[in-house]
Design a binder for this molecule. Structure first.
Ligand code: ACO
Ligand code: OAA
Length: 371
């Protein structure tokens, strides 16, 4: 039996959701280029595309908008939990528990699609409530008249976004919505394949996304830029990190051996929005880290990934650095649930093998006779 560490190059399902060309740095949702979707689409339209496989017509778009907008408020037990939980808790732990609680509260027999829409609708509310409560601010209830992205911004900042903020928020969420068989999506599928429920799958996805090798890298990337502080110090910082054998966060990818196309798009937003917010120096640091990182790692196919510039955009939109992975989850839940639904149409229990390298036939020794 062949051992494939990290399951590299192993396919677990056929999919018509997302296609990645890791050599050319291209990404498509349902056949549409990410460059077009980030430029022209919005959260609701792309979520519909990923879930249903086609762009919605006007009627379908207004129906999905209305569904997403009408399900944002949380059950009282979840709001109470957010009010009472320790304010220094890790936001991904808080989100994971809150989504699990949503599962306990959901006792109706609606379809996985309806439940997926409901979870997607509520995750921004969980994030924004916790963010404001831990800052000692009053929660801002969702506003049904606003789009998904605008309402998310509004619940965090207590005011409506500018045009640039709204565009950046939509694009950032679209760019995080799906990415084929990444670690968190696979975690969702493992759970779904046992015929467990969709809340349990999403909780598994959040748990896997939390790690710094996956969705947690966006916070770490921004922390790097803040620690460097000045673009003149970037080269020394990167070199010292690499010499110590540490990883440059926001760099490298299992599939992309070139620039991640999402990073290219986010870089453009990061440049514009950091300028508007008066933190352009952080963007300049990031740009220098990119230049130096590519100089030393590019020959190994290690380039900026989605997490490299996203933090600058999220930070400019009013989110705290440790909250970034939760924003990632708020978008990726669309991909997680779409992959679960696609997999369940042709389910088979996921049960790989391990190659046993231990001993067999050992003699049981009573405890008093053991060394
Ligand atoms: C949304 C996302 O999940 S995007 C990824 C977010 N994660 C990060 O940004 C964390 C930093 N990056 C990494 O740790 C890696 O690039 C991963 C985990 C994302 C993918 O890596 P893999 O394909 O599994 O490659 P692997 O971990 O085996 O590394 C291969 C080689 O590249 C090196 N390498 C990979 N990424 C980096 C990096 N960011 N900085 C320095 N060296 C790196 C490794 O040290 C290793 O070198 P070696 O062969 O000399 O030992
Ligand atoms: O595809 C991966 O392995 C990681 C990634 O970029 C994502 O999940 O967006």
């Amino acid at each position: 039996m062949e051992l494939r560490k990290g399951l590299e190059d192993i396919a677990v399902k056929e999919t018509s959701i997302t296609y990645i060309d890791g050599e050319l740095g291209r990404l498509y949702y349902r056949g549409y280029s990410i460059f077009d979707l980030a430029e022209f689409s919005n959260f609701e339209e792309t979520a519909y595309l990923i879930w249903y496989g086609k762009l919605p017509n006007r009627e379908e778009l207004s129906e999905i908008r209305e569904k997403l907008a009408s399900k944002r408020e949380l059950p009282p037990s979840v709001t109470k939990y957010l009010m009472e939980i320790k304010k220094d808790s890790n936001p991904m732990d808080v989100l994971r528990t809150a989504v699990s609680m949503l599962g306990v509260e959901d006792t109706d027999n609606s379809s996985i699609m309806e439940k997926s829409i409901s979870i997607t609708s509520k995750i921004p509310t969980i994030i924004a409530y916790f963010l404001r409560l831990r800052r000692g601010e009053d929660i801002v209830h969702p506003d049904e008249s606003l789009s998904h992205a605008e309402n998310f911004y509004y619940m965090v900042n207590g005011k409506r976004p500018s045009d640039l903020e709204s565009k950046a928020m939509n694009a950032a969420l679209i760019l995080h919505m799906d990415h084929e068989m990444n670690a968190s999506t696979f975690a969702c599928l493992v759970v779904a394949s046992t015929l467990s429920d969709i809340y349990s799958s999403v909780v598994a996805g959040i748990s896997a996304l939390k790690g710094p090798l996956h969705g947690g890298a966006n916070s770490e990337a921004l922390k790097q830029f803040m620690e460097i502080g000045d673009k003149e110090k970037a080269e020394e910082y990167v070199l010292s990190k690499l010499t110590k054998g540490e990883r440059l966060m926001g760099f490298g990818h299992r599939i992309y051996k070139t620039y991640d196309p999402r990073a290219k798009i986010l870089k453009g937003y990061a440049e514009g929005i950091t300028k508007e917010k008066g933190i352009y120096n952080l963007y300049e640091v990031a740009q220098k880290v990119e230049e130096v990182g590519v100089k030393y790692l590019g020959s190994k196919g290690i380039y900026p990934n989605v997490d490299f510039y996203s933090g600058l955009v999220f930070y400019s939109l009013g989110f705290d650095a440790d909250m970034f992975p939760t924003i990632f989850a708020s978008a990726r839940v669309v991909g997680w649930t779409a992959h679960v639904m696609e997999y369940l149409r042709n389910n088979r229990l996921i049960r790989p093998k391990a190659i046993y390298v231990g001993e067999i036939g050992r003699k049981y020794v009573p405890i008093d006779d053991r060394q």
